[in-house]
Ligand binder design. Structure first.
Ligand code: FES
Length: 372
């Protein structure tokens, strides 16, 4: 016998080596001031029907958890998630509930499996423990090791292959789900959808203008130069009535809002390279059009101060100097508002109407990872 660092009388290391793992574990518990008040193996006879039933019940809970994890990954990839403007078909509404529901099922059944495993299969045990605070002796180490060995045997994992496999499945699914959520958003690339707007010329829809898209108000009335007083602005859209595959038309598509601005007499635009002819008239333009979508975070930038030519975005106070091709001059936006090339054609009624000469030459809105 020897004395532990906690002052308890325990068997020596040699004596301990003679004991079975369970006896060593009990000795270790006693030496550490842990008194096992009650300990009972739930299935003293191995392999009974009742034991197998309990094992299958636990494995079933883990399997459901694993299936829910797989379901989460499938739902993340397959269920439509795009939000559409009000009044257009919405098909994203099952996305979040499905993800939340499957995640809940995965966690709940993993928890249920663990609880059932402890309740149905692991030995029933009741212990009382004293608290110590001195370092560990060799005897203590041996007994602690034995405690872990018996603990592992108690779980039944070495001989319960079904539970082990189903637990690994559930654990694997649980480890994968956060990865899917984190990495998946990067896999879902936007393709080229962020590089085009409905101002793209379309000969099928607008043969009379040679494919140029008319510029309209939100009620599809065409915009004429006479609509704007000097210094005035208007929010305009591409006059595409047909809905695209996402259910948007020229007015409802999020990339459409554009500001048409009529300069005051004497105001001149200092254009960026290659964009000097984007206004109307092409030389000394009086009308210019810029995307209304702030290049910082996508709010509508529409507070226009006509005397100074400054355009303010109300969200984070970015300011754009219209007379310098909407260059950012204040606030967090770092990129000029894209400029829409415009022109005017005379309609069958003899009146002049605005048209987009082409799509924007730059991606509209906030920066994104693959913006050219
Ligand atoms: S969205 Fe315009 S300043 Fe932030």
């Amino acid at each position: 016998m020897s004395e532990t660092t906690h002052g308890q009388q325990v068997a020596s290391a040699d004596e301990l080596r003679q004991l079975s793992a369970e006896e060593r574990m009990v000795a270790g518990a006693e030496a550490d001031g842990i008194h096992i008040v009650h300990r009972r193996d739930r299935f003293p006879v191995r392999g009974t029907k009742a034991e197998k039933r309990a094992e299958r019940g636990v494995a079933l809970a883990f399997a459901i958890s694993a299936l829910a994890g797989v379901g989460f990954i499938v739902a993340f990839i397959a269920i439509p998630y795009q939000w559409h403007l009000p009044g257009t078909p919405q098909n994203f509404r099952f996305y979040t509930p499905a993800l939340g529901g499957l995640l809940a099922i995965m966690l709940v059944f993993l928890g249920v499996g663990l609880v059932l495993w402890a309740k149905w299969l692991m030995p029933e045990e009741e212990v009382v423990q004293d608290r110590h605070d001195t370092p560990t002796s060799e005897e203590d180490s041996l007994m602690t090791e034995a405690t872990f060995t018996v603990g592992l045997q108690d779980t039944g994992l070495p001989r319960r292959g079904l539970i082990l496999k189903s637990l690994l499945l559930a654990g694997g699914a649980m480890a994968t789900v956060p990865l899917v959520a984190l990495v998946g958003a990067m896999i879902k690339k936007p393709g080229t959808q962020l590089l085009h707007t409905l101002f793209t010329p379309n000969k099928k829809l607008f043969p009379e203008s040679g494919g140029l898209v008319p510029i309209v108000y939100s009620d599809f009335r065409k915009v004429t130069p006479a609509d704007l007083a000097p210094g005035g602005i208007a929010t305009v859209f591409p006059g595409v009535r047909a809905e695209n595959s996402d259910g948007y038309n020229g007015v409802t598509d999020a990339s459409s809002p554009t500001l048409l601005i009529r300069l005051r007499p004497g105001q001149q635009i200092k254009s960026r390279k290659g964009q000097s002819t984007f206004g109307w008239p092409e030389v000394n333009p009086e009308y210019v059009a810029f995307s209304k979508i702030c290049t910082h975070a996508g709010c509508p930038a529409s507070l226009y101060e006509q005397q100074t030519g400054r355009l303010l975005c109300p969200c984070h106070q970015s300011q754009f100097q219209v007379l310098e091709d909407a260059k950012p001059v204040f606030g967090p936006a770092s990129r000029s508002l894209p400029k829409l090339p415009i022109t005017v054609q005379t309609g069958a009624d003899g009146r002049q109407y605005f048209y987009a000469r082409s799509d924007y030459k730059e991606a509209i809105g906030p920066g994104f990872w693959e913006r050219p």
